[in-house]
Design a protein around this ligand. Structure first.
Ligand code: FAD
Length: 366
């Protein structure tokens, strides 16, 4: 649908995040899903330890949506937490940073790419006085990374950035023929994504920092001289809040040691990004994602998908990656459908039937 284009700096394709919204709408319509946007989950309906639906609030007021199965895909395990089921919460001081993402337009693509090629940055360059202090496997150190720190260092020296914003540095996504420089992941904030006051403060502080970053790029990154802010991300980007206490909580050894599970619902490479660890998926090594890591303890008819599945910090740095969220999303959806059709609970569903359906859909499980 034309919503992914080759990147000028790599052999990858870049998603056009705006056009992808339309692609997602089409996928939802094609699948026959009844979409219900513009509603905020506010409370679960729980009877005898089993969730029977949710209460949402919207412009229309309060509604109850009854459901035989509920999938919590809030990223923060909001439904699980509100049910009173156990969750783990990363202490704020240890949380992965939150980001206000932004894009620029009016970038001179050829000048920008010339500069990137003249002074290629690597994953080793992530380490240093900015946001990241990283450990790699070594194999990442000399690999090209679409990373920018030098223009911000120059802006600090020139007084365009205040001294307390040495944290501004990071990755860019792609630059289009039209001069859009997208997914500028430069702003890093310590924000508790479950606290609305913190979210408010972080979002506004992040926008302020992003404006300074734009000024720094205009001043010191060739190709950006005549560029301007194109847009901020739709909302503050949160990486890390609650994790469920699952029937199986993934461990560092699973994601770094090619974990194998009888109840696998999909596979994911050894791709770890967070808490100071950066391992890129270049080896073919992978782990299996166990069904048990999607199942919260202490509440029936509820399953989770996405970054909030059960596990320790290092496993979070793996499963939070978007493609792994897609793996757990497909697993949760198929498990819900199979459990409904077979009149079994999430705990007692026949995992072989879930796996058979996933395989029929083309998922690789082992
Ligand atoms: C700045 C940033 C950059 C990243 N870069 C990369 C990257 O380059 N590659 C990569 O693989 N991963 C990256 N990640 C990680 C990845 O994007 C996320 O971990 C992943 O998208 C999480 O998916 P999810 O479905 O669990 O949650 P989300 O994508 O956060 O989806 C949760 C959805 O639930 C909705 N929601 C939440 N609470 C409620 C509620 N109470 N009621 C109604 N709706 C609600 C939200 O609005 C949202 O739409 C990045 C993350 C961030 C923040």
């Amino acid at each position: 649908m034309g919503a992914a284009l080759p990147e000028p700096q790599s052999i990858s394709h870049a998603l056009d995040a705006e056009a992808f919204k339309h692609v997602a709408d089409v996928l939802v319509e094609e699948a026959g899903v009844h979409p219900m946007l513009h509603r905020m989950f506010v409370a679960p309906i729980v009877e005898s330890g089993i969730i029977r639906g949710v209460i949402v609030e919207s412009k229309a007021g309060r509604e109850a949506i009854l459901a035989e199965r509920v999938i919590d895909a809030t990223g923060d395990a909001d439904v699980v937490a509100r049910c009173g089921a156990p969750t783990f919460f990363t202490p704020k001081s240890e949380m992965m940073s939150a980001s206000v993402m932004f894009s620029m337009c009016g970038v001179n693509k050829s000048r920008f790419i010339e500069q990137v090629k003249a002074d290629p940055q690597t994953y080793k360059d992530w380490a240093g006085n900015g946001e990241w202090d990283i450990t790699t496997d070594g194999k990442e150190d000399d690999m090209f990374s679409p990373f920018l720190r030098k223009p911000f260092k120059q802006a600090l020296a020139a007084g365009i950035l205040p001294a307390n914003l040495a944290t501004i540095a990071g990755t860019w996504g792609t630059v289009s023929d039209q001069g859009d420089l997208t997914y500028l992941n430069m702003v890093h904030l310590n924000v508790d994504g479950t606290d609305p006051d913190d979210l408010t403060r972080g979002e506004m502080a992040g926008r302020r920092q992003a404006m300074l970053a734009v000024a720094a790029l205009k001043g010191f990154m060739p190709g950006c001289e005549d560029a301007k802010l194109r847009n901020f991300g739709m909302t503050l980007g949160i990486r890390d809040t609650r994790k469920i206490d699952a029937h199986y909580n993934l461990r560092e050894g699973d994601v770094r040691g090619e974990g194998r599970f009888e109840d696998s619902i999909g596979i994911f490479p050894e791709f770890i990004d967070g808490y100071g660890l950066l391992i890129l998926p270049t080896t073919g090594r992978y782990f299996q994602v166990p069904y048990g890591s999607l199942l919260p303890k202490g509440i029936g008819n509820l399953i989770v998908a996405g970054r909030t599945i059960g596990g320790d910090k290092t496993s979070h740095a793996a499963v939070r990656n978007m493609m792994c969220c897609a793996v757990s999303g497909q697993g949760a959806g198929v498990a819900a459908a199979v459990s409904l059709k077979s009149r079994a609970s999430f705990e007692t569903v026949n995992i072989a039937q879930v796996q058979a359906e996933l395989r029929r859909q083309g998922a690789r499980l082992h």
